[in-house]
Design a protein around this ligand. Structure first.
Ligand SMILES: N[C@@H](CCC(=O)N[C@@H](CS)C(=O)NCC(=O)O)C(=O)O
Length: 268
């Protein structure tokens, strides 16, 4: 059989209830191989799906008291096993620790899933890499708006978020600009901090080269943009013309914000 024919690619959509079947209780709870995650984490699903196909035992710890995302993964015990503090994270009944969802899925697989020849093994790696590099970034860009995480993402965008302390807010803008360093050739932004302590907002106008918001292209760029609500501006509308004028001049009424100008920063 040619390598091409021997490979079939399937896309699996498993519901949370079918994934719950992955938990096969055959020994006391505390010695079960455990996957730490938060509920409905698609990265964890990769490992859960592999375990479901291979029959590997797996306990999913995704809620209190076993695991609380944002808390348990910051404890010294967790960080000692998983220095990045990220999930999914796996600990075997022998104490073996593993992070990175693809590695965990690989570990929980069997030969049928991993491939039995160098060719099929490489093809598995090919599709895993293909999904990470070619599918997930654009899929995230399409899915996030439907979840309301990112409302619009074309050409000219404005972003707004509510904040407490003005000095923190300003560091937030500069931190975001620093992380976006490589984007400088392709984007320009004027971001303004409005209001004072306990009543401040960050709002800005971004202009990007190309048709899509660039933030999904790098993990590092995604740290900040999800905190903001994005709205596409119509370049021909009077509202946009006024906003562009005000944001670039750092003066004006800023009607849509309703707080006084505090300070501005430009990304260029
Ligand atoms: N490349 C990693 C990504 C893991 C990751 O980014 N996990 C996030 C949640 S989806 C996390 O645990 N973040 C916690 C933190 O950064 O504090 C994988 O595929 O497992």
């Amino acid at each position: 059989m040619s390598a091409r024919k021997s490979l079939s690619v399937s896309l699996h959509f498993l519901t949370a209830s079918s994934l719950a079947d992955t938990i096969l209780f055959s020994s006391p709870d505390y010695v079960l191989p455990t996957l730490y995650t938060y509920p409905e984490n698609w990265r964890a699903f990769k490992a859960q799906i592999a375990a479901q196909y291979s029959g590997a035992r797996l306990k999913v710890a995704s809620s209190a008291p076993a695991f609380t995302f944002g808390q348990t993964n910051r404890t010294p015990t967790f960080l000692n096993n998983f220095p990045l503090g990220k999930v999914p994270a796996f600990q075997g009944d022998d104490g073996f620790c593993l992070f990175e969802s693809n590695a965990i899925a690989h570990y929980l697989s069997n030969e049928a899933l991993r491939g039995s020849s160098p060719q099929t093994q490489s093809q598995v790696l090919q599709w895993v890499s293909f999904a990470d590099a070619e599918i997930i970034p654009p899929a995230s860009a399409w899915v996030f708006p439907t979840l309301g995480i990112m409302q619009f993402n074309k050409q000219v965008c404005t972003a707004i978020t509510e904040l407490t302390m003005t000095f923190m807010s300003c560091n937030l803008i500069m931190g975001m600009f620093q992380r976006l360093d490589k984007l400088r050739k392709n984007g320009f932004a004027s971001v303004i901090l409005f209001g004072g302590n306990n009543d401040s907002s960050i709002s800005g106008i971004w202009i990007f080269r190309g048709q899509d918001l660039a933030f999904t292209l790098s993990d590092d760029w995604q740290i900040d943009y999800e905190s903001y609500a994005w709205r596409k501006l119509d370049p021909d509308s009077d509202e946009t013309k006024t906003m562009v004028k005000e944001y670039f001049a750092w003066e004006g009424e800023f009607k849509h914000v309703g707080k006084p100008f505090s300070q501005g920063k430009c990304f260029k």
